[in-house]
Design a protein around this ligand. Structure first.
Ligand code: ZN
Ligand code: ZN
Ligand code: FE
Length: 759
């Protein structure tokens, strides 16, 4: 019997062909396996029918750990047997289906780690040790098929040892495109901050020692540069904050090991699994009772972002030092993408760092670390990037047309929707900046070319002045694509519906800001979302509140609080007491009060984020937002050990949840109860109020699912209270599992609206 088997999924760069070779031999089959140019594999089999059945069983049940199979298409072939044996053929240039799957970067595997530590092994202490089960992928691939010639490894011709392993089907490095050794592979070296080479026989471990002594070192990784320092010393972290103009934003750290992470943080079994998984994301862990690292790493927060080493180089950094962890923050100039090239690193980071630890392998594509946190058992992405991108999200239905989503403005990603697969790019960043915009465009075009997508529509935000909106218009003009503009909060909920394959949902969409269909600032919305036109209906929202001074009210949350309390409490005295928290002191307070009295031409917002900010300001938890979400994030940190002391009843009138009265209660009780309890009470009020409205609307409209999305859905307290109430009412509560609830998930929602709606 002769059959052709086509397998799509993540089947390149993950040891798939050697696996096929082995199971073919095991089942006495002849024929071949080859990579198709578009990243599927084709297998031709000749042999007995039972053997072929058994082969297909093995294919299903014993696939390599990193492989993902989406489809197996078996078609019988006529004709005579042609093969004497089973072979692995060279990659085919032939065009097959589009929708190729490029593997994400994978953390060093246990086998390679063992060899790294084995004095007998030819790759003993070699920092760039990899195999078919591990190593960089997405960040080295220039084009498909995934062969060495199409990666930045082509600069390193293999030595005889590596070549022998590469050609041996029984070897773990058979066709491992990243195979290298100390003789033929990339070399590491240390430079000063002018890029001048430092004489060193052991540059990596020497860099580790410099770090432990309090120096700041730029470290070149898989998808870009990190800036590293010690975690137990205050001075280098303060210095780093100073030069990076990053006063409060937490730094991620890399712990030496899981055991070491447990000495300063709480690690649940689920968190341990995530930390050690081959994707190795940064996981937000609660600080432990005896947290002893510098307070300047994650100031004012109950948790800290921790990852484990994911390359040989990372492991070696710790070899000669005692530090339990190192600060490892992405090296990106303010509002710009992460740095990936050596000369750029020297030029842009020279003023920040003391040394650079470099290697001579090019980074083809940037990719920041991913960040996740757990809400109980639920995984929440704060950033989906290294280890995940560009692995597609598989939808339950095929899209009607191929579309791309360009995201919003902050924390951007782009998304290519092709059939039932949504390819979401790595983290791009804040698209206000020119460099970031060109990175966005480049990442989108790369996804299109790697997937061979034939795009028909481009989706963007409704905001007329977003740079991404203008990019969408320009692309539409250039390529003849159709522009589909999607309201921000609808896009959040559409992403959620796509993840769960639902056609109708009551969506609670809460964040800091999104442009509403009425042109106002939205951010605390309850929507009925459905497939097709009109897409959504706004059913309810938070009370409209004044943004006194526009963007200033976002930066200085006391302004927000003043606007919300005005007319309810006599706040003049209180504001004057806090004049030190305003950049222009008393004068600014007077102008603010004057504006409130006049009350004209004030921008209004229904933002949930701004309400949380105002609570943080009233409680004295945060007076200035120095990074996105800071007041609300610190408020959550403060509330985590609190309880619902005020037990406020939601005030809902005409589909609007009142927020002023809640803030007034917090304000009036601010000296009576603890910050933790008041902070928790504010969370409880908002969660109860939103859940109550959503349940009411769900029963009115006969909808069974209530979803929660938007950046505020990263908040564990709000999410868990809502879940309790909604599930108790017999409805299903859904949150994101595969994409970030924040604006990193917008591009998916946009692409889905453009891909499915009737245009
Ligand atoms: Zn490996
Ligand atoms: Zn070699
Ligand atoms: Fe948003």
């Amino acid at each position: 019997m002769r059959v052709r088997v086509r397998v799509t999924g993540i089947v390149q760069g993950v040891g798939f062909r050697p696996f096929i070779y082995r199971i073919a031999l095991k089942n006495f089959l002849r024929g071949y396996v080859r990579n198709m140019g578009d990243a599927g594999v084709e297998i031709l089999l000749e042999g007995g029918e039972d053997n072929i059945k058994s082969f297909l069983g093995d294919l299903r049940d014993h696939k390599p750990p990193l492989a993902r199979i989406y489809d197996v298409l078996v078609s019988p072939l006529g004709g005579e047997d042609q093969f004497e044996s089973f072979k692995i053929l060279e990659s085919s240039e032939e065009e097959g289906f589009s929708g190729s799957v490029i593997p994400p970067d994978v953390a060093i595997c246990d086998e390679c780690l063992k060899e790294l530590r084995d004095p007998e092994d030819p790759r003993y202490e070699y920092f760039f040790i990899t195999c078919t089960d591990c190593g960089p992928r997405y960040t080295i691939i220039e084009g498909l098929p995934y062969d060495r010639e199409n990666t930045s490894m082509r600069d390193f011709p293999m030595c005889s040892l590596c070549e022998g392993e590469y050609r041996d089907p029984s070897n773990r490095r058979f066709h491992a495109q990243t195979v290298a050794c100390p003789r033929c592979g990339p070399k590491a070296y240390l430079t000063n901050n002018k890029g001048e080479l430092m004489e060193s026989r052991d540059p990596i471990r020497e860099a580790g020692v410099l770090l432990s002594e309090g120096y700041i070192v730029a470290v070149k990784g898989y998808g870009g540069f990190h800036i590293a320092t010690a975690t137990t010393l205050d001075e280098p972290i303060m210095r780093l904050r100073w030069v990076k103009h990053r006063r409060q934003k937490p730094f991620a750290i890399m712990a030496r090991s899981l055991e070491s992470a447990r000495t300063f943080a709480e690690v649940s079994p689920r968190e341990a699994m995530l930390l050690t998984s081959h994707t190795r994301p940064i996981v937000l862990l609660n600080k432990g009772e005896s947290y002893y690292l510098s307070e300047h790493i994650a100031p004012g927060l109950h948790n800290v972002g921790v990852m484990l080493p994911y390359t040989g180089l990372h492991y070696m950094l710790f070899d000669r030092i005692e530090e339990p962890a190192l600060v490892m923050t992405s090296a990106n100039p303010p509002d710009e993408p992460i740095i990936k090239d050596d000369d750029e690193a020297v030029r842009r980071l020279g003023g920040t760092v003391d040394y650079l630890l470099l290697h001579n392998r090019r980074i083809v594509r940037r990719c920041d670390d991913s960040v996740v946190r757990l809400h109980g058992e639920h995984q929440v992405f704060l950033r989906r990037s290294r280890g995940y991108a560009p692995e597609p999200i598989k939808l339950r239905e095929r899209a009607d047309r191929c579309s791309v989503g360009l995201g919003g403005e902050l924390n951007n990603t782009s998304c290519v929707l092709l059939g039932e697969r949504a390819f979401i790019s790595q983290h791009i960043g804040d698209a206000e900046h020119l460099e970031t915009m060109s990175f966005l465009e480049e990442a989108m075009k790369e996804l299109i070319s790697l997937t061979k997508a034939r795009v028909q529509a481009v989706a963007c935000d409704l905001h007329p002045r977003f740079t991404t909106t203008r990019l969408a218009e320009a692309l539409a003009e250039e390529y003849g694509w159709r522009v589909v503009r999607v309201q921000h909060h609808q896009a959040h909920i559409a992403a959620l519906m796509a993840e769960y394959g639902l056609r109708e949902v009551i969506g609670i969409s809460c964040d800091g800001y999104g442009y509403g269909v009425d042109g106002e600032a939205w951010g605390g919305e309850i929507l009925l979302c459905s497939w097709g036109e009109p897409g959504f209906e706004r059913l309810a929202h938070l009370q409209r509140q004044p943004l006194i001074g526009g963007d200033l009210a976002t930066r200085y949350p006391l302004r927000m609080a003043a606007g919300m309390l005005y007319g309810k409490a006599d706040i003049d005295e209180w504001l004057l007491q806090h004049r030190g928290q305003f950049p222009h002191g008393e004068r600014e307070v007077e102008v603010l009060l004057h504006q409130l009295k006049r009350g004209r031409n004030v921008t209004m917002t229904t933002s949930c984020g701004r309400v949380l900010d105002a609570v943080a300001a009233v409680l004295g938890i945060c007076y200035e937002r120095t990074y996105e979400g800071e007041p609300a994030i610190k408020l959550e940190s403060s509330a985590i050990k609190g309880e619902d002391i005020l037990k406020l009843k939601p005030i809902i009138k005409d589909d609007v949840l009142d927020t002023s009265q809640m803030l007034l209660e917090i304000y009036e009780n601010r000296d009576k109860y603890s910050k933790a309890d008041l902070a928790y009470s504010a969370h409880a009020y908002i969660a109860k109020g939103l859940a109550t409205i959503a349940i009411e609307k769900a029963s009115e409209r006969d909808v069974k699912f209530i979803g929660f999305s938007g950046g505020v859905a990263c908040n564990q307290i709000l999410t868990s209270i809502m879940r309790r109430i909604i599930e108790a009412s017999g409805l299903s509560f859904i949150v994101h599992e595969m994409v970030p609830p924040g604006d990193g998930g917008l591009s998916l929602g946009q692409a889905v609206v453009a891909g499915f709606s009737q245009l």
